[in-house]
Design a protein around this ligand. Structure first.
Ligand SMILES: Nc1nc2c(ncn2[C@@H]2O[C@H](COP(=O)(O)OP(=O)(O)OP(=O)(O)O)[C@@H](O)[C@H]2O)c(=O)[nH]1
Ligand SMILES: [Mg+2]
Length: 250
């Protein structure tokens, strides 16, 4: 079974511990005891894969946040939590996300944006649109409004991050395989003992030959490549639909 390391981050008192305990143990903690650091494990199945989750519930209160950098380094996916009753808590997430992208040196890190305490309708300082707006600015990072109290959207938010990690791993594996195949093909054609064939197309084509415009004015010469582009765009459309459906408005 594979291990997946999730880190829950956000300002103090937004409900990180309540969300984590709800997800792992299915109980709600009503009292507030500021966290220093707590870790949990949970086994779940995501899309047919058995996953062992290691979840780190971090401190939001400033005096305990010194370890944040190390947590981010070790984490694979991030649950970024603010409270819909606290405008400042969403502001604090902007710096946390920047820190994650800087430490991971990547613009696509598995993460979700979570607006917690959505059951407190009378105390709201932020609307669902505020969350959607930030999600949009963050390259459409999946956004959920949650209630740890009612276990609303809690499971969905955590599972989403795991799914993103799995997807990223699969992509990386595919890229590595492609590189390996290309390397093998190159080493076969480069091999001095390989018999040369009259008009055979070399596997190692120069950049010009791949990107040369074809007779129809298309951008790519290789057959089938343009069709693959069409497939990609239809996948993008599907993705966009999914992203909007996650912005659950309660
Ligand atoms: N009504 C309501 N209250 C919540 C919810 N989630 C958390 N709370 C309350 O908010 C307070 C703080 O929750 P915690 O989970 O301890 O907050 P935290 O983000 O872990 O705080 P730190 O550990 O200090 O960073 C507690 O009194 C909770 O009962 C929620 O979804 N709805
Ligand atoms: Mg806590």
């Amino acid at each position: 079974m594979r291990d997946y390391k999730l880190v829950v981050l956000g300002a103090g008192g937004v409900g990180k511990s309540c969300l984590t305990v709800q997800f792992v143990q299915e109980v709600y903690i009503d009292s507030y005891d500021p966290t220093i650091e707590d870790s949990y494990t949970k086994e779940i199945e995501v899309d047919g894969r058995a996953c062992n989750l290691e979840i780190l519930d971090t401190a939001g209160v400033a005096q305990f946040t010194a370890m944040r950098e190390l947590y981010i380094k070790n984490g694979q996916g991030f649950v970024l939590v603010y409270s819909v009753t606290d405008r400042q808590s969403l502001q604090e997430l902007l710096a946390i996300r920047e820190q994650i992208l800087r430490i991971k040196n990547s613009s696509s890190v598995p993460m979700v944006l979570v607006g917690n305490k959505c059951d407190l309708t009378d105390e709201r300082e932020l609307t669902p649109e505020d969350g959607i707006d930030v999600s949009r600015r963050w390259n459409k990072v999946p956004f959920y409004e949650t209630s740890a109290l009612y276990r609303m959207n809690v499971e969905d938010a955590f599972v989403d991050v795991v799914r993103q990690i799995i997807r990223k791993e699969v992509q990386q594996q595919q890229q590595q395989q492609q590189k390996l195949q290309l390397k093998r093909a190159n080493s076969v054609t480069d091999s001095p003992g390989f018999p040369s064939v009259g008009n055979a197309v070399p596997a190692k084509s120069s950049p010009q030959s791949v990107f040369a415009p074809n007779a129809n004015g298309g951008k790519l010469a290789a057959p089938g490549v343009l069709y693959a582009g069409a497939q990609v765009s239809s996948q993008k459309k599907k993705k966009r639909k999914k992203w909007y459906s996650k912005c659950t408005i309660l």
